[in-house]
Design a protein around this ligand. Structure first.
Ligand SMILES: Nc1ncnc2c1ncn2[C@@H]1O[C@H](COP(=O)(O)OP(=O)(O)OP(=O)(O)O)[C@@H](O)[C@H]1O
Ligand SMILES: [Mg+2]
Length: 232
C-alpha cells in the first residue's frame, strides 16, 4: 500500500475551479516537488492531501503510518518553549510516551539543545525546524510541506535539505511546494507541475526538458495556456 494516494481530487472556490481532478500517489521515501505559478493551486492541493481542507470530490487514501503537515506559516505558539510546543502537538496527536517523543523529535530536527528556548525568540530557520518537528511528532510516513524554504537563507536551506533528505532515506515520503527551480532540480525524485489547478506534468525532473530546467518549466506552462503564442 502506498503511504498516500489521491484520486481525482477536485476543489472549487465559488465558481473558480482551483484544483481539477488531480490524481497522484507517492511511494515510501520518495521526494515529490509541487511547482506552478502563484495561484496554481499548490497550497489548496497540499491542504487537501493533509486532510485540513475538504475536496468537493475525489478520494484520498492515507496509509496506516499517517501524515504530517507543515503549513507555510508555522503554526507554533511563540510564548511557549520548543518542548512545550512539541508536547502540545504530541498530546493533540495522541502520541504515546510524550516526553520521549518530544526528545526524539527535537533530536531529529536538530533542536535537542534548544528545547527550553521560547519559540518566539528563535530565528526563522529554527522556527521552521520546530514546525517540521510538529509535523513529525507522530512519526508519519509522509511529510507535506508548503514552501518550506521560502523564508530561509541559502545556508539554512542547505540544512533543511540535509534534514529532509535524511528523512527520505529513512523511508519518509516528502511532498513539498517550491518556487525555486534550483531546489526542485536538486531535490526531487519527481516533479508535479500544476497550473490553474490542472496537473500538466508528473514525472522525473530529468525528463521535464532538455538542459535548462527553468526554460523547460516555462515552456510547459506556456504550451498549456489558452493564450499561449502559436509557434510554428
Ligand atoms: N479560502 C479560499 N477562498 C477562495 N479562494 C481561494 C481560497 N484559497 C485559495 N483560493 C484561490 O485558489 C487559487 C489557488 O490558490 P493557492 O493558494 O492554492 O495557490 P498556490 O499555487 O499555493 O499559490 P502561491 O504560489 O502564490 O502560494 C487562487 O486563485 C486563490 O485565490
Ligand atoms: Mg501557496
Amino acid at each position: 500500500m502506498q503511504p498516500l494516494a489521491a484520486e481525482a481530487l477536485h476543489k472549487r472556490f465559488g465558481d473558480r475551479e482551483v484544483v481539477r481532478e488531480v490524481t497522484f500517489a507517492i511511494d515510501p521515501g520518495e521526494v515529490v516537488a509541487l511547482v506552478g505559478p502563484n495561484g496554481a493551486g499548490k497550497t489548496t492541493m497540499l491542504s487537501m492531501l493533509a486532510g485540513v481542507l475538504r475536496p468537493d470530490s475525489g478520494r484520498l487514501t492515507v496509509g496506516p503510518g499517517g501524515l504530517g503537515w507543515v503549513p507555510q506559516r508555522a503554526a507554533v505558539y511563540p510564548k511557549l518553549t520548543i518542548r512545550e510546543n512539541l508536547n502540545l502537538f504530541a498530546r493533540m496527536e495522541r502520541v504515546k510516551d510524550r516526553p520521549q517523543a518530544v526528545e526524539r523529535t527535537a533530536d531529529r530536527v536538530g533542536l535537542a539543545d534548544r528545547l527550553d528556548d521560547r519559540v518566539g525568540q528563535l530565528s526563522g530557520g529554527m522556527r521552521q525546524r520546530v514546525s517540521i518537528g510538529i509535523g513529525l511528532i507522530a512519526e508519519p510516513e509522509v511529510l507535506l510541506l508548503d514552501e518550506p524554504s521560502a523564508a530561509l537563507d541559502p545556508l539554512q536551506r542547505t540544512r533543511l535539505w540535509d534534514l529532509l533528505n535524511g528523512l527520505a532515506a529513512q523511508g519518509v515520503a516528502i511532498v513539498y511546494s517550491s518556487h525555486l527551480e534550483a531546489e526542485v532540480e536538486n531535490h526531487a525524485d519527481r516533479v508535479v507541475v500544476l497550473d490553474s489547478g490542472a496537473m500538466l506534468y508528473n514525472g522525473p525532473p530529468s525528463e521535464l526538458g532538455e538542459g535548462d530546467f527553468e526554460a523547460a518549466f516555462i515552456e510547459i506552462l506556456l504550451a498549456n495556456r489558452d493564450d499561449a503564442p502559436v509557434v510554428d
